[in-house]
Design a protein around this ligand. Structure first.
Ligand code: NI
Length: 188
């Protein structure tokens, strides 16, 4: 069991570009195992490779709850092939200890990726489910995007970041999301 150090918000690798995994080798499988060990040791639901300093297109998820077990899920070279609707999602991130904020997300996504054995799969989780939101959150990590870039209340989030000795939100990174705004304004 190997628990790796989790990169904190402010470190450049969280904003770096990531590379596709050319082959799901034994080395990659070991990395995935270490990612699960690191995620569980920190009570996380998901972890992306940049969060352990690896600029690779890999993330792992385990959305199990006490009354509803879920399998370990590995996403290698994932692509979101469909996205629909919008929702507000309350999220945290292992790279932002103790910071939980509301962010904008799609209500439904379909993802295509390779599993730990290199087999391609396509998945459409239940709309608005934790799995659906977690896939979007982790997918972002592979593109140098962080959950705070989807913030709804920037100044509220800044106060929380400051309390936790993390850098403030970078306004130039806040995403313009007219498709989400349009739906959310109708439903609020
Ligand atoms: Ni995260």
């Amino acid at each position: 069991m190997t628990v790796l150090k989790i990169v904190q918000y402010g470190e450049p690798v969280l904003r770096a570009e990531t590379k596709e995994v050319p082959k799901v080798s034994a080395k990659i499988q070991k990395l995935v195992e270490d990612m699960f060990d690191t995620m569980y040791a920190n009570n996380g639901v998901g972890l992306a490779a940049p969060q352990i300093g690896e600029a690779k297109r890999i993330f792992v998820l385990d959305v199990s709850t006490d009354d509803k077990p879920a399998p370990q899920m590995v996403f290698i070279n994932p692509v979101i092939v469909k996205k629909e609707g919008a929702m507000i999602s309350w999220e945290g991130c292992l790279s932002f200890p103790n910071v939980f904020i509301d962010v904008k997300r799609y209500a439904s996504v379909t993802v295509r990726a390779k599993d730990i054995k290199g087999r391609t799969f396509v998945m459409t989780p239940e709309p608005e489910s934790l799995l659906c939101r977690a896939i979007q959150h982790e997918m972002d990590h592979l593109n140098g995007i962080l959950f705070v870039d989807h913030v709804i209340d920037r100044f509220g989030a800044d106060a929380l970041l400051k309390e936790n000795n993390l850098p403030m939100i970078d306004p130039s990174k806040i995403l313009s999301e007219p498709d989400l705004d349009q739906v959310l304004q109708c439903s609020i």
